[in-house]
Design a protein around this ligand. Structure first.
Ligand code: PXL
Length: 280
């Protein structure tokens, strides 16, 4: 059986260009066999649509895991995003421990909030459980909001100095995080990017691109999907982080200034920019 398979665990928001509806096409375009495990099914994402439906699939996870084990199905890496319940985090760890191949990496995007606020349905209790989950990951990909909540500190929207970045990374390492990719870092109002802490070298590096004005939904999921794919393909932490920034900027530019398309970005238009990775 082909062991070079990645499993991504996040919700299906049927409409809204986020979570699995971006992760699967992105990872596929990168030439990666991708298995999915929906953590929940929602009619839309929760970021602006009203009265969305929400079906939590937590109780389905053990049975799915048992079937995979019975069938000898294994995964070479795991990438998690939006999780439907705190209880699910324990089930996900069982899946990782019991179905991962030797050396399989766990990449965690601790999806909980953005712009200084937790998403609808998340609370401090979930934040605590997510902190413990992040300690088990090989790489975590928190945005600035998620960093602030995990450290129990005030959210800083912009003006992130190197001292601030170092402080956050130190705090996350105290929680038990290993490799860290902080997203949404803004040291000035012209640029946005990431700070990467490499657990092997102990070094922090940054990568910035021009900031595109506006608010763009689902771009965190786009970022984490590209990062996870590149890392799984054997790129370094730093290179994976850069590839993901460049693609996210391209995806945002497809929708720049289009206020009617407020719920997501038209990343489909630029998916071709990733296919070179499938050929390498
Ligand atoms: O993009 C993150 C995300 C994922 N899944 C659901 C969401 C959001 C952000 O709002 O609502 C259901």
């Amino acid at each position: 059986m082909n062991q070079k398979r990645l499993l991504t665990i996040q919700d299906i928001s049927c409409v809204g260009q986020c979570s699995l509806t971006v992760a699967l096409p992105i990872l596929s375009a990168m030439g990666i066999e991708t298995a999915i495990l929906p953590s929940a099914v929602l009619s839309t994402h929760t970021g602006g649509f009203k009265n969305f439906t929400f079906r939590d699939l937590t109780d389905d996870l053990p049975g799915i895991k048992n079937h995979w084990k019975e069938q000898g199905i294994r995964f070479g890496a795991f990438y998690t995003g939006y999780v439907g319940s705190a209880r699910q985090l324990d089930y996900i760890l069982d899946i990782v421990n019991e179905t991962g191949t030797e050396g399989a990496k766990l990449i965690v995007d601790p999806v909980m909030g953005d712009h200084g606020r937790l998403y609808v349905g998340f609370d401090n209790c979930f934040v605590e459980r997510m902190k413990q989950f992040c300690a088990k990951a090989d790489v975590i990909l928190p945005n600035i909001t998620e960093c602030a909540f995990m450290l129990g500190e005030e959210y800083r929207q912009t003006g992130h100095t190197m001292e601030y970045v170092e402080h956050v990374i130190e705090g996350l390492r105290k929680i038990g995080a290993k490799n860290i990719v902080m997203t949404g870092v803004e040291m000035n109002d012209r640029e946005q990017g990431v700070a990467v802490y490499n657990d092997e070298t102990g070094k922090i590096s940054t990568y910035f691109r021009e900031k595109v004005p506006g608010v763009y939904h689902g771009t965190g999921d786009i970022y984490s999907s590209v990062f996870s794919g590149a890392y799984f393909l054997g790129k370094s932490l730093e290179e994976s982080a850069r590839i993901a920034v460049d693609f996210t900027v391209s995806a945002i530019k497809t929708t720049e200034g289009d206020n009617a398309h407020w719920y997501g970005v038209r990343f489909e238009k630029v998916l071709g920019e990733l296919t070179y990775l499938a050929k390498e």
